[in-house]
Ligand binder design. Structure first.
Ligand code: HEM
Length: 504
């Protein structure tokens, strides 16, 4: 019996070994990508990237080194090409009318495969994306601006009330509550009232942070997410609170969509319009309105709507507080535009015209950007880069990070320096600055996020506002905001103490 098991294991190992050797030989010598330059290791196996991803988390740096060694076009996995050349960015990330673009990355496990961000097929992606794009277009953002202004006044009032009291507050948590309230109101027409809670609902902040921190593991092993969905919540909370937080988010999405669906079925006229109300009333095909898909979409939009803007706001606020000169200059620059506040609030467009405010926002978006490369596939056409023909149906990726941190375009790229955006600037900076991505899969929330950043920072840093020069950072420094780069977007370190300030 023992000999039999021994033989079975031996034969199985031999088969696996031969299979592995054939696979690697095919990838290295016979694949249509075999002639592209790059490291043999990454061409042979994607496990190397997985290993880096969940241990040292610096594959993006390794990729940059490979570009330095092998040139602007390299093979970065058995099935993917990476290009590092700003000029090519708008040729790869094209509008839907130019050519079909599938996406290559399954971003999440946890059953979020059916959302706009995780739909690979071009046509289905366009069908799903169009309503959100329309809902968040620059024209429609006027409606959103009213909500943003209302929530900003609330935040401003709460923080203003603390001036001179010596109390301290976690601003990163306050921002997550602020952005969560805006996103929930716009997407499901309901006020989540987190801004009104005494401590700004820290559990919401913890949920969104957990997602970013757990993302590298789930990205590499998406089946884990699906498996974990089956584990009872109580058990998961005890075993792994971070993942339990994600599950709570999932439940939230499902509850909200179920509530709107029954509201519409009972013909209750909702007080407010929202993205999901209009989506459910629209003529989208029935299969697109299935509860499971829409709740995943809600989870995705709550996430997109809170995580990135919250992280950008926290990052910018820290860097402004951390440098008295930047702080003073920002405040002075807002004197005129905020002169009539609170009787009249300036619009997003008014605030965009304030050069120093715009410089702070841009510098924040430059540094706090999408770090991971984003791959696209042209299913029907070959792509051409210089003398290279890339076979159709190949994943081709570029990384915003490589462009935003290019020291030739942005000298001293790891330093927050708004001044670099003022005066006569190097035109390459405009070409290299793509915080929202480009093309048919760029960020549909860019207008909303931009309006939030301008209105919130403009209001809170105005002369006489809550962020007067008497506000001081408490128990935090630069190390708490050094962005980790292994998630999709920058995330603050695991041990980050958050952004605490004291209102003297
Ligand atoms: C500072 C804030 C934000 C930044 C920097 C940002 C950045 C981005 C980027 C770079 C992409 C493209 C990803 C890729 O090509 O792989 C993206 C996609 C996306 N973003 Fe944002 N985003 C922000 C805020 C928002 C907001 C407020 C929402 C929603 C309300 C949102 C929803 C989405 C969605 C749904 C996608 C997927 C689009 C698609 O695949 O077609 N984002 N975002």
């Amino acid at each position: 019996m023992n000999t039999l098991v021994f033989w079975a294991i031996g034969i199985l190992s031999a088969i696996l070994l031969i299979y592995g050797a054939c696979l690697v030989t095919h990838r290295l010598y016979f694949s249509p990508l075999a002639h592209f330059p790059g490291s043999k290791l990454v061409a042979a196996t994607a496990w190397y990237e997985t290993l880096v991803d969940i241990t040292s988390n610096n594959f993006h740096e390794i990729l940059l080194d490979m570009h330095r060694q092998y040139g602007p076009i390299i093979r970065c996995s058995p099935w993917e090409i990476s290009i590092s050349d700003t000029e090519y960015y708008t040729k790869l990330y094209v509008p839907a009318g130019i050519r079909h673009t599938n996406s290559a990355v399954q971003r999440f496990g946890f059953g979020l495969e059916d959302t706009i961000a995780t739909t690979s097929d071009h046509d289905l992606h366009q069908l799903r994306r169009r309503p959100l794009e329309k809902y968040l277009s620059r024209q429609s953002i006027t409606q959103a601006e009213a909500v943003i202004r209302e929530k900003t006044r609330l935040l401003d009032g709460r923080l203003g009330g603390m001036r001179g009291t010596g109390s301290f507050v976690r601003l990163d948590q306050a921002y997550s509550a602020y952005l969560g309230d805006i996103t929930v109101e716009l997407t499901v027409g309901e006020s989540s009232q987190m801004l009104e809670e005494a401590d700004f609902a820290p559990e919401w902040h913890n949920i969104i942070r957990s997602i970013l921190l757990v993302n590298p593991v789930i990205r590499n092993f998406p089946f884990l997410g699906r498996l974990l969905k089956l584990v009872p919540m109580g058990l998961m909370r005890r075993a792994y609170p971070r993942i339990a937080a994600f599950k709570m988010w999932d439940v939230l999405g499902r509850d909200k969509v179920d509530a709107i669906t029954s509201e519409l079925a009972e013909e209750v006229v909702p007080q407010k319009a929202s993205f999901f109300h209009s989506l459910l009333r629209s003529d989208l095909p029935a299969f697109e309105k299935q509860a499971g898909r829409l709740s995943a979409e809600a989870v995705g939009v709550f996430g997109g709507g809170t995580i990135n803007p919250s992280s950008a706001l926290t990052f910018i606020t820290f860097h402004v507080f951390n440098d008295a000169q930047i702080h003073r200059r920002l405040q002075e620059s807002l004197t005129e535009v905020m002169a009539c506040y609170p009787q009249r609030s300036p619009t997003w467009v008014d605030l965009e015209q304030v050069p120093y405010l715009a410089a702070c926002v841009k510098e924040g978006l430059r540094m706090n950007c999408q770090f991971r490369r984003s791959a696209r596939i042209a299913p029907h056409t070959e792509l051409y880069y210089r003398d290279w023909a890339i076979p159709k149906n190949t994943s081709v990726a570029m990384a915003i990070y490589n462009m935003h941190y290019d020291p030739h375009v942005f000298p001293d790229p790891f330093t927050f320096r708004p001044e670099r955006w003022l005066g006569d600037i190097d035109p390459r900076m405009h070409r290299s600055f793509v915080p929202w991505g480009k093309g048919s899969r760029d960020c549909p929330g860019k207008n909303l996020a931009s309006a939030e950043l301008y209105i919130c920072i403009g209001t809170l840093f105005r002369p006489g506002g809550p962020y007067s020069l008497q506000v001081a950072l408490k128990d935090c420094d630069e190390t708490d905001f050094a962005l980790l780069r292994e998630s999709e977007f920058g995330v603050f370190p695991y041990g980050s103490r958050g952004l605490s300030v004291i209102f003297d």
